[in-house]
Design a protein around this ligand. Sequence first.
Ligand code: FEO
Length: 396
Amino acid sequence: MQNTKRISSDLIYVGASDRRLHLFENVYPIPFGVSYNAYVLLDEKAVLLDTCDKEVTGAFLENLRYALNGRPLDALIVNHMEPDHAANIARVLDLYPDAEVYLTLAASKMLQQFFGAAYAPRLHTVKEGDSLNTGRHTLKFIAAPMVHWPEVMVTFDETDGVLFSADAFGTFGALNGSLFADEEEISRFEWDEMRRYYANIVGKYGVQVQNLLKKASALPIRMICPLHGPIWRENLSALLEKYDLWSRWQGEEGVVIFCASIYGNTLSAMERLAALLNEKGVKHVRLYDLSAQDPSFMLAEAFRAKAAVFASASYNAGVFIKMEELLHDLKAHDYKNHVVAYVENGTWAPSAAKTMKGILEGQALTVAGETLTIRSVLSDEAPLCALADALKEAIL
Ligand code: FEO
């Protein structure tokens, strides 16, 4: 059954949500699903902006057919060639033989890698500043390389002020009847999921996101239509502020304590540290046992917090594996510009702190306090108090 939604007089949502997939990109848990957004602009030309993942092919094609209502499709704009948006390009081009494709040169090469050279005569490469007039609308193409693949562009409808932003400003989570972010107040959970999407999918490419934000700041944007999650038409400044912070690796609030504990003694000390931080008036403190958490949530928490405490047992003359995984993930996403502190535990030869510092060596991080070494069990609260004071001062 069709499930299109009208966005404006001539813009229609034709995407679909997947509530069955467990792992997005076969790695990130999505307990609340994900949406793959696609849009049809009905002007003198009928234009489709991106397609959808293969898992929602049926719903997407039904929506597209309904939206076109018998009209031929004149153009397909490909903002992003990753298969969660591009999987149905060949299907669409076969179903709609009049459709010409507008995409970057890099996207054109990728399209032919995925689907062969047969579509080459229908491909029109565009570059920064080029535009497509569809009748009433003028669609301007803006390069956005590495947000999140090299071929990415975004498309700005100059007529209505709509930015089709590709992966930028997207989030995990299926759509639940509503289409617009303002239809319900954005909850902490939804910001958390948006941050988790950003950190894991785009987080490494903050410099390129900053470039896109600069370009976006010069545009009279009235609405943002991303490829995942709800459409933004109100409170755009809140969204842009979050993206500005995240893409500069600036923490938003508080302290996160990441704990890798084998028998619970390191965790016990970190429970006390969390309580001391609270007693000292530090807000937004969160403590995690890394063995109980999915890494994608931890990466997002590292982006959220102004300061991170890395507390780990020593293991195999190094650091406990769950901490090692997190630190490598942080480094891979160029984690920097945050305050960090190190806590290690070792009954006979503490080695965790040296290993943790070694993994993050070269990242622009500010270390708060002295490295705290626990010998089996921490019985003296004084060093924890000193660490809590140092963290509080560092994030003021
Ligand atoms: Fe949603 Fe980079 O694909």
